[in-house]
Design a protein. Structure first.
Length: 134
């Protein structure tokens, strides 16, 4: 790995969710009490599949960008570049993806907003042709 580091330790390879990522990501769960907060680190070019955070009430996700350069995109909207200090509020029921830029490591804290009946639905990968246009 290159000399990429952020405030929070990188953690181990994200094998639990690897099937939903293109490339390698790393996960360090910082909190599983009160709020679920994970430090997710993406190698250059790594991104997760399109997905939706469903909830009957409440729910969603907040991304707190801590290092590198990445992307966030909601279905039907242009991709948004992410840099350290950026915050992304993702409401429930919004199809989206996030990940690293092609030429940069990227890290964010993923905060799961509590909700009744909260669950994730993992969908199709972000295609190389679509991603490489960024």
């Amino acid at each position: 790995m290159s000399e990429f580091s952020t405030v929070f330790p990188r953690g181990g390879e994200n094998t639990a969710y690897a099937q939903y990522f293109t490339g390698t990501s790393y996960l360090n769960m910082l909190s599983t009490e009160q709020l679920s907060i994970g430090n997710v680190t993406f190698e250059p070019g790594c991104r997760n599949n399109w997905h939706v955070h469903h909830a009957d009430k409440g729910g969603g996700q907040i991304l707190l960008c801590t290092g590198g350069r990445g992307w966030y995109q909601e279905w039907g909207s242009p991709a948004r570049e992410l840099l350290p200090g950026d915050v992304v509020n993702i409401p429930p029921e919004v199809k989206h993806w996030h990940g690293a830029a092609k030429d940069s490591w990227f890290a964010h804290l993923a905060v799961e907003v509590p909700g009744e009946g909260a669950r994730n639905e993992w969908l199709e990968p972000v295609g190389d042709e679509e991603y490489n246009k960024l």
